[in-house]
Write a protein that binds this ligand. Structure first.
Ligand SMILES: Cc1cc2nc3c(=O)[nH]c(=O)nc-3n(C[C@H](O)[C@H](O)[C@H](O)COP(=O)(O)OP(=O)(O)OC[C@H]3O[C@@H](n4cnc5c(N)ncnc54)[C@H](O)[C@@H]3O)c2cc1C
Length: 453
């Protein structure tokens, strides 16, 4: 049965994940009437659904958007600061690498808990959530969405004045836009999959490893990482090729899984009592990059978050970039005094190149995480860059810091990062650099960067 109803001044958001919930709050705070249609059940009742990352790293861009919604302090209560990477080389003791020489941190948050907190906040401002509704057809011309109610299987058509696609990497709103003339789209899967595995708390409920860091076991072609959860557990994520000599397709039996972990991750295997069970029960998920343009249609439809720009997780920026979309979109709406047409055009002009930049940076960071973080030459380069940053805090800002601890547009960070890379590649060729790096002409290095940017 199909029914249609019109709600004046109605903002409809498809997808009540992290980005949809935050945007709903920000828009409701600006006085809009917002309804969110979300496929899944209410996260406040059901907690986290399997299949997506269980926890995520929240950094400055995300915090700024949460602060704009007035919920940064509440989220801090459920977040664990991670001050650096704890690298676990094979056959050697772990080494701590701080993210920043002034003690800055990124924060581990549990997806389900964060989503639930965001929904609760949205409720406070009168946002209506319709859980268990899946968007199945989007008509961009009329701004109508047909939704399937998953329990009753009935179809409902809703009318939006403004329609926002926050329905993730496989967005139905974007799919409708793909049928438009001159809509550019590309998607790319990497050859790696990921699987999540739990490191539970010990018998006393305590963390079994150092809590305030992001653990990485870099193994060249693959890696394991682990982020802390507030219940004392860690969620480990194994990134491994789908196919090939060392790959998911090879790990077909209990013996093979145990052998693989004992050989490659001997210090963590005994901390995972459910390793084999989880390995075979948890999904092996794929990693996609999505780029598209435009993100808006006729001043009435817009894409945000992964619906507009799904990226691989290796810079820990997907959610942060999505939260930044929300902040910038609402700032532009306020700036243009509620003129959606102008604000949406300004929004996509401000965001698309930056989304493409962070997509590239995220792909590049995979190589750094799985391969270079244990390489002495790479570590020396990081040390030299940290020294440059300490000497010239406003002039030489390492790429990771620009991306993670600043609000500089991602495309600008990438541009500066490329020039730094050229300079540092040359610096690292200096004879005997391991021993004489402190004698480098740091002023000249900084000046070269200043001239080139
Ligand atoms: C392994 C992994 C690790 C990650 N780590 C980090 C990290 O450390 N830091 C970081 O910033 N980002 C990280 N990310 C990225 C982050 O998960 C995403 O960028 C973020 O979840 C995007 O939020 P979103 O709300 O746009 O999309 P989603 O989280 O995908 O939410 C979309 C919502 O829409 C709903 N939906 C989908 N289709 C429909 C439909 N047809 N009808 C109705 N509802 C629908 C879904 O149920 C979902 O609730 C990671 C991603 C992965 C895969």
């Amino acid at each position: 049965m199909e029914q249609a109803f019109r709600q004046p001044e109605q903002i409809v958001i498809i997808g009540g994940g992290l980005v949809g919930s935050l945007l709903a709050t920000l828009l409701a705070q600006s006085g809009y009437k917002v309804t969110v249609y979300e496929w899944r059940p209410d996260p406040r009742e059901k907690g986290h659904q399997r299949g997506r990352s269980i926890n995520l790293a929240l950094s400055d861009r995300g915090w700024r958007a949460l602060a704009a919604a007035g919920i940064a302090e509440a989220v801090k209560e459920i977040a664990i600061p991670m001050y650096g990477r704890m690298i676990h080389p094979l056959g050697a003791p772990p080494v701590f690498q701080p993210y920043d020489n002034t003690g800055k941190a990124i924060y581990s948050v549990t997806r389900g808990i964060l989503n639930s907190a965001l929904c609760k906040e949205a409720f406070k401002y009168g946002v209506e959530f319709m859980f268990g509704y899946r968007s199945v057809e989007v008509n961009l011309q009329t701004c109508q969405v047909t939704l399937q109610h998953l329990k009753s299987n009935t179809l409902t058509t809703v009318q939006a004045d403004i329609l926002i696609g926050a329905d993730g990497a496989f967005s139905t709103v974007r799919q409708a836009m793909m049928r438009l003339d001159r809509f550019n789209y590309c998607q790319h899967y990497i050859d790696y999959g990921y699987k999540e595995l739990t490191i539970p708390p010990d018998a006393k409920g305590q963390f079994q490893m150092e809590k305030n860091c992001l653990h990485i076991w870099p193994r060249g072609n693959y890696m394991l990482i682990a982020l802390p959860n507030i219940d004392g557990s860690f969620t480990g994520t194994l990134f491994l090729p789908f196919e090939g000599e060392v790959s998911f397709e090879q790990l077909t039996s209990q013996e093979k899984v145990l052998h693989f972990f004992r050989c490659n991750f001997p210090d963590v295997v005994m901390l995972m009592p459910l390793l084999v069970e989880e390995f075979f029960n948890n999904p092996t998920s794929s990693l996609i990059t999505v780029r598209c343009q435009p993100w808006t249609y006729r001043g009435k439809v817009a894409l945000v978050g992964d619906a507009a720009h799904a990226i691989v997780p290796f810079y820990g920026q997907g959610m942060n970039a999505g939260f930044e979309d929300c902040r910038i979109l609402t700032e532009l709406l306020n700036h243009h005094q509620g003129n959606w047409n102008t604000a949406l055009r300004a929004y996509e002009r401000a965001r698309i190149a930056n989304a493409n930049a962070i997509a590239d940076l995220a792909l590049m960071n995979f190589i750094e995480m799985r391969d270079y973080v244990a390489d002495p030459k790479f570590l020396l380069r990081k040390k030299i860059e940290a020294h440059l940053h300490a000497l010239f805090p406003n002039e030489w800002i390492p790429l990771y810091t620009m991306v993670t601890f600043s609000h500089m547009p991602y495309s600008q960070a990438m541009h500066i990062g490329k020039i730094q890379d050229e300079i540092m590649q040359r610096v690292m060729q200096t004879e005997n650099i391991e021993h004489c790096w402190q004698n480098l002409n740091f002023e000249a290095i900084k000046n070269e960067l200043m001239q080139k940017i």
